[in-house]
Design a binder for this molecule. Structure first.
Ligand code: PEP
Ligand code: MN
Length: 343
């Protein structure tokens, strides 16, 4: 739409799209509102829309993804998670253990993270483990712990939903719902996330191409939820010196094709604590929208992903490095937040 097109003209275009039996997705942007059209089985005639008042251009989208495409919002999307902006000049850091193990460890971790400058707290209550015999997470008790820890420390929470069944319980507590690598192509779960009012963190599948990642995000947007942040967490290659191969190249590739922010997970990407900081610095340098990092109070005793979890002091050192690097790249990293005395 033209940048000064009034609401009424947008409504007329939406009504026209719907009268054709198609779905209209108005997407407000900084400059103008774009209206995505889905449901058509073949190309539409641009002239049918260009003649309507307030329409600046009808752009046929030839790529399979439509709503996540950069042309819809050329300035890029900013996703807000409880006041934390992902996709803007800030470089937010999500940190915490792989899994919620107990209230004590979550409180201690959240306090340490806060005083190091983390923006959001991560921790899985439901864990997608490779083995059915491994620790599967505390489930609902884990969610209750996350809610209490947020109330006590003020850190908003990112946690994973494993299936459609538990999704409502997860979205009730989570400030951002994570969909993990193993579920990236679970279309039922993606659609459910698309009907949520919570922002979604969508991790790239371990063998997913860029187009498959964008199509997974398209599922969520097509149901009406536009608050999606993508995450590169390493992919499978022949390279066998680390758990996965970090595909940092995908960050600028996503940015040229999509308006969605993309963050980087150097913990799962490397699988090794000593590699996390170098790849985290690289993520900032390559222009990622933020980081998600595993941190544990006692990694040797962690119930999952101990070898890749940073100790508190390592995380603090990483935050200092990122804070020093950020200004030269036009970015900012949150400052430490003073903690009250321990209870
Ligand atoms: C996690 O974040 O702990 C996790 C299981 O990640 P991924 O889905 O990327 O393996
Ligand atoms: Mn993990």
């Amino acid at each position: 739409m033209a940048h000064d097109a009034p609401e009424e003209q947008i409504r007329v275009v939406v009504a026209k799209v719907e009268s054709m039996g198609l779905r209209a997705h108005p997407i407000p942007g900084a400059e103008r509102t774009a209206i995505g059209i889905t449901g058509n089985s073949g190309p539409l005639n641009p002239a049918e829309f260009e003649t309507l008042p307030g329409v600046r251009a009808a752009i046929p989208v030839t790529r399979p993804y439509k709503l996540v495409g950069r042309e819809v919002r050329p300035e890029g999307s900013v996703v807000r998670v409880a006041g934390v902006e992902i996709g803007g000049p800030a470089f937010p850091v999500i940190a915490g253990p792989c899994a919620v193990e107990s209230e004590r460890m979550m409180i201690d971790t959240a306090r340490a993270l806060r005083s190091a400058g983390a923006d959001l707290l991560r921790g899985g209550a439901y864990k997608p483990r490779s083995s059915p015999y491994a620790f599967q997470g505390l489930g609902e008790e884990g969610l209750r712990i996350l809610a209490r820890v947020r109330a006590e420390t003020g850190l908003p929470v990112v946690t994973e939903a494993l299936d459609v069944e538990s999704f409502p319980r997860v979205e009730e507590v989570a400030d951002m719902v994570q969909i993990g690598a193993r579920n990236m192509q679970n279309s039922g779960l993606l659609r459910r996330a698309g009907r949520s009012t919570r922002p979604v963190l969508l991790k790239r599948g371990m063998s997913a191409t860029l187009e498959e990642l964008l199509m997974a995000a398209e599922y969520i947007l097509s149901e009406g939820n536009h608050q999606v942040v993508l995450c590169e967490r390493g992919v499978r290659t022949f390279s066998d010196h680390s758990r996965n191969t970090m595909d940092l190249n995908v960050v600028p590739a996503v940015q040229s094709l999509s308006h969605l922010p993309i963050i980087v997970d150097p913990s799962h990407g490397t699988g090794r604590r000593d590699r996390v900081a170098p790849l985290a610095r690289a993520a900032l340098a390559v222009g990622a929208s933020g980081l998600i990092v595993e941190v544990h109070p006692d990694p040797e005793r962690a119930l999952s992903d101990g070898p890749q979890s940073l100790r508190f002091e390592q995380f603090e050192a990483l935050m200092r490095e990122l804070r020093a690097m950020a200004p030269t790249l036009g970015r900012t990293v949150s400052a430490p937040v003073q903690q009250q005395a321990r209870k």
